[in-house]
Design a protein around this ligand. Structure first.
Ligand code: CP
Ligand code: NVA
Length: 306
């Protein structure tokens, strides 16, 4: 594993290696100790969009592993505007041991990886959010002690987070269903690739426009914002189309009685999820947020630790 750009490129064995390492690192952290696996190493963090979880968890993850992280804001670097994506990669990779980048266009993170001397991690692109997807598998595994055979129902926009989940579930043998309105389903390319992976692991990838049908029998109900960063001009239209896909108490009643509720955050409370559900007894959204730290430390230790 040279870079971490999409869960589509990470094998099932590599996913399990990362999950087990994340579990070890979390256990050490809970005992109050951190191994300096990245002593003297540094991470450059390039952001084209805002962030709380990704920035804070990568920075603290590097600190806990004995290394250092450098935040580079959108206005400072101007990836692709002040300077070409290729030149940013060529220059930054001479200073640091790894690059984490949050970009608008997925091809930019691929281009960074192509021209970088050091590993590149996708911290969210329009196509995928693999750090979130890996963290979510880790959180589900932690809660359920298994992954294969579970059913995850994602309701809402077939976006970057849904893509990462479709790939992740398919790789580890979880059934994945995406309930979304017409025009906002997962892209055909994502569905095709996820189904290839699912045919190997023995799981199913389903699409529907009926959130209640999706929720039936689900072990996990997952949602994300209706309008992702970069789509702000579509907010009005989306607010009219998406309300049937809200994760609320009625939808939860259609799932298993022990269903877990997940959201990558930030949440637009009252839109894709109600307060009652986000703050209710089935919600694990803040454990998810915490686990970004542990899952990403496993990614960092694996990519930068050699
Ligand atoms: N879930 C997530 O990536 O959050 P941020 O946008 O705050 O980093
Ligand atoms: N789909 C959201 C995820 C934010 C973490 C977005 O891209 O804005």
């Amino acid at each position: 594993m040279k870079h971490f750009l999409s869960l589509a490129d990470v094998s099932t064995d590599q996913i399990w290696h990362l999950l087990k390492l994340a579990r070890e690192l979390k256990a050490e952290w809970l005992r109050g100790g951190n191994r300096p696996l990245l002593a003297g190493k540094s991470l450059g963090m390039l952001f084209q969009k805002p962030s709380l979880r990704t920035r804070a968890s990568f920075e603290m993850g590097m600190v806990q592993l004995g290394g250092h992280a450098m935040y580079l804001s959108p206005s400072e670097v101007g990836v692709g505007s002040r300077e070409s994506v290729a030149d940013v990669a060529r220059v930054l990779s001479r200073y640091v041991d790894g690059i984490m980048a949050r970009v608008f266009e997925h091809r930019h993170v691929e281009e960074l990886a192509h021209h970088s001397r050091v590993p590149v991690i996708n911290g969210l692109s329009d196509h995928s959010h693999p750090c979130q997807g890996l963290t979510d598998l880790f959180t589900i595994w932690e809660k359920k002690e298994t992954l294969s055979g579970l059913r995850l129902a994602y309701v809402g926009d077939g976006n970057n987070v849904a893509t990462a989940l479709a790939f992740g579930c398919a790789k580890v043998g979880m059934d994945f269903v995406c309930a979304a309105p017409a025009g906002s389903q997962l892209p055909d390319g994502t569905v095709g690739r996820a189904r290839e992976f699912a045919s190997v692991s023995g799981s199913k990838i389903e699409l529907t426009d009926d959130s209640y049908a999706a929720a039936r029998g689900a072990h996990i109900l997952y949602t994300d914002v209706w309008t992702s960063m970069g789509q702000e001009e579509e907010t009005g239209v989306r607010l009219r189309v998406f309300p049937p896909y809200q994760l609320n108490a009625r939808l939860m009643a259609a799932a298993r009685p022990d269903v877990l509720v997940m959201h990558c955050l930030p949440a637009h409370r009252g839109q894709e999820i109600t307060d009652e559900v986000a703050d209710g007894p089935h919600s694990i959204v803040f454990d998810q947020a915490e686990n970004r730290l542990h899952a990403q430390k496993a990614i960092l230790a694996t990519l930068l630790g050699q």
